[in-house]
Ligand binder design. Structure first.
Ligand SMILES: CC(C)(COP(=O)(O)OP(=O)(O)OC[C@H]1O[C@@H](n2cnc3c(N)ncnc32)[C@H](O)[C@@H]1OP(=O)(O)O)[C@@H](O)C(=O)NCCC(=O)NCCS
Length: 199
């Protein structure tokens, strides 16, 4: 794992009294990550990835490896009483110097783990990690129909800043917009300086 400045795990108290901890993923999490994301993909209305796009456990191990070995990325897992029930993943912009000041965020909590604070714990940890890495903005994309996720992002200070109309068609719902939600982390601000320095 690439070292960072946070002392993992971060621990939280669930609404029902159970303990929640958030830490970087490890290879041993792959079976739980695989079954969790598959379950969310099968729900069909929350994340873009289709069940067949999830791949097998080996593919999930490969994704864990990529996160563990790629600087300025993170795949954090949320454990509810020691069971991995959710994930948040963070990646910087893909164009290098031009968009290294922001990172994208994707997350899910398996159905059985929802509603007790795991999503909030994951998002809190993800924002702390983004600040510690110096990211100035964190950006999430969310289906316009996903009121729970939008409420979660707003609770952490994310604001809607754009919308692609009718970007997706969801089973039982129909066309939905892709909503961009962003958080200013209060970090950095080196963009103006970079703009004046020769490439
Ligand atoms: C969105 C998701 C990550 C939230 O995780 P969670 O563990 O249920 O979230 P929490 O229990 O921490 O609740 C966080 C906030 O969500 C909102 N929320 C929770 N349940 C809600 C509901 N049924 N309706 C509306 N808002 C709701 C509330 O603002 C809540 O904060 P509060 O409890 O302080 O009021 C989870 O529901 C999930 O994974 N959904 C499917 C996948 C998904 O939508 N991923 C995000 C794609 S952009």
């Amino acid at each position: 794992m690439i070292p960072d400045r946070i002392e993992w795990p971060l621990t939280y108290r669930a609404k029902d009294g159970r303990s929640i901890s958030v830490r970087h993923s490890a290879y041993g999490d792959a079976p739980a990550l695989h079954s969790g994301v598959l379950e969310v993909a099968q729900e069909g209305v929350y994340i873009g990835v289709e069940p067949e796009g999830v791949g097998d456990v080996v593919a999930v191990i490969e994704r864990v490896r990529t996160y563990l070995t790629t600087p300025r990325t993170a795949q954090l897992v949320g454990e509810l009483d020691d069971q991995v029930v959710g994930e948040v993943s963070m990646r910087p912009g893909r164009f290098g110097r031009k968009d290294r000041h922001w990172c994208s965020l994707g997350m899910w909590v398996a159905p059985a783990g929802r509603g007790v604070g795991v999503g909030s714990a994951l998002l809190d940890a993800a924002v702390k990690w983004a600040r510690s890495e110096g990211f100035e903005r964190v950006v999430a994309e969310v289906f316009g129909s996903n009121e729970r996720a939008i409420a979660l992002y707003e609770k952490f200070g994310f604001a809607p800043e754009g919308r692609q109309k009718r970007k997706f068609v969801l089973p039982g719902i129909g066309y939905v917009d892709n909503v961009l939600m962003a958080l200013e982390t209060g970090q950095g601000g080196s963009g103006a300086a970079d703009a004046q320095s020769p490439q």
